[in-house]
Design a protein around this ligand. Structure first.
Ligand code: ISC
Length: 383
């Protein structure tokens, strides 16, 4: 694998490439040596593992790509062994002097569904929680932004990197030719040797430009029983999934406050030591996905309710984006705070966890606040 300057990697990113910037690493992968798609995520992990282990004399020994929210013939898990890959240190120390890139003016911005319909869906979800014995469900909505001219994913990604000096800023090509790009705060799973880490996020409050309001929002989140229960459901599921794979697991006694430029969240860093070092990062990501951060509990009835109440297909939103190498190491972020980019348009996605106490209007506002990550990178005002 080649090394280059982190800023050089971002400037060389082009539509269709894979790019991931984290707190300590920048990865750019280009071209396709071998594409591997599968609707079964464990089969995908096995096939990718076998391809990488067999040795690739003429390609980097890693695979990059995306898992969808729900696999199907049109949205399979999709990984690529790239033709070339470059890795370097963190990009963020280099971005201070950069200026923003222009993205252009949209000709149309359309919520999907209409906000009033999302409010109704949240109210129906609250009723369904009790009727179907669900602890939590995550409902999302979309925002379609149309441009009169071809839109530049390079410019949006540049601005996302500039805005987000933490978390996981990514772009990846999808099997339908579109690009998924975003800046997620949430680590589904990383594996380095025997060490595995997951950083589940649930429980939200918007950031505010007014420091007093901002602090008040953070304190209210830390004190909110509803958000702690919502977060507890998630951490419990992550811990229960990882436990059989780990000979040691460290789980903090409670969540801590996590900030992004647009949101406050509750997050818990779960750290484990693998019993069997042959289990790859992609296999563990497949085991964890979909967590209650983006689906609900119990998983299958929550997923059923999502299908009934949402009016659009999530595609690769609320899936995972990342890489795995021949050793089985890798890093997978939950694909939230993201958009699917086609030639002339972006579809932005945002969701929120619905609990029995959820207020439909507040849940609508939470999704508006979450859209701000992408809207800001596009130079557009908050919805
Ligand atoms: C589902 C999303 O966020 C998840 C991650 C953090 C907090 C969340 C919440 O408080 O609802 C969501 O579980 C999204 O951004 O689309």
């Amino acid at each position: 694998m080649n090394t280059g300057s982190p800023a050089g990697l971002l400037s060389r990113y082009r539509r269709g490439d894979f790019f991931l910037a984290t707190a300590d690493r920048t990865l750019l992968a280009r071209g396709v040596h071998t594409a591997i798609t599968d609707v079964d995520e464990f089969a995908l992990a096995d096939r990718v593992g076998a391809t990488l282990r067999d040795g690739l004399a003429d390609a980097p020994r890693l695979a990059v790509g995306a898992l969808p929210f729900h696999s199907g013939p049109d949205t399979p898990g999709h990984l690529v062994v790239p033709a070339e890959a470059e890795v370097s240190g963190a990009v963020h120390p280099h971005t201070v002097a950069w200026s923003r890139r222009a993205v252009g003016n949209p000709v149309d911005v359309r919520p999907v569904p209409e906000p009033a319909r999302h409010v109704q869906a949240v109210a129906s979800a609250v009723d369904a929680l009790a009727a179907r014995d669900l602890r939590k469900v995550v409902l999302a909505r979309a925002l379609d932004v149309e441009f009169g001219e071809p839109v530049s994913p390079e410019a949006v990604l540049h601005n996302l990197v500039l805005d987000n000096d933490r978390g996981y800023t990514f772009a990846t090509g999808l099997p339908n030719g579109a690009t998924l790009l975003g800046a997620s705060p949430e680590l589904l799973l990383s594996r380095h040797g025997r060490t595995v880490v997951s950083h589940p996020h649930a429980g939200s409050a918007p950031r505010s430009p007014d420091p007093d309001v901002d602090e008040r929002n953070a304190k209210a989140l830390l004190a909110s029983r509803k958000d702690h229960v919502e977060h507890g459901v998630l951490t419990e599921a992550v811990v229960e999934t990882l436990r059989p794979y780990c000979r040691r697991l460290h789980v903090p006694s409670g969540p801590s406050l996590v900030s992004t430029p647009t949101m406050w969240h509750l997050g818990t860093t779960v750290t484990g030591e693998l019993s069997d070092p042959a289990v790859t990062a992609l296999h563990l990501a497949a085991a964890l996905h979909p967590t209650p951060a983006i689906c609900g509990t119990p998983t299958s009835s929550a997923r059923q309710l999502v299908t009934e109440l949402e009016t659009f297909d999530r595609g690769y939103y609320a899936g995972a984006v990342g890489w795995v190498d021949a050793k089985g190491d890798g890093e997978w972020a939950v694909s939230i705070r993201c958009a699917e980019v086609t030639e002339h348009s972006l579809r932005l996605y945002a969701g929120g966890g619905i609990m029995p106490e959820s207020d439909p209007r507040t849940e609508l506002e939470e999704t508006s606040a979450k859209f701000a990550t992408l809207l800001r990178a596009m130079g557009l005002p908050q919805e």
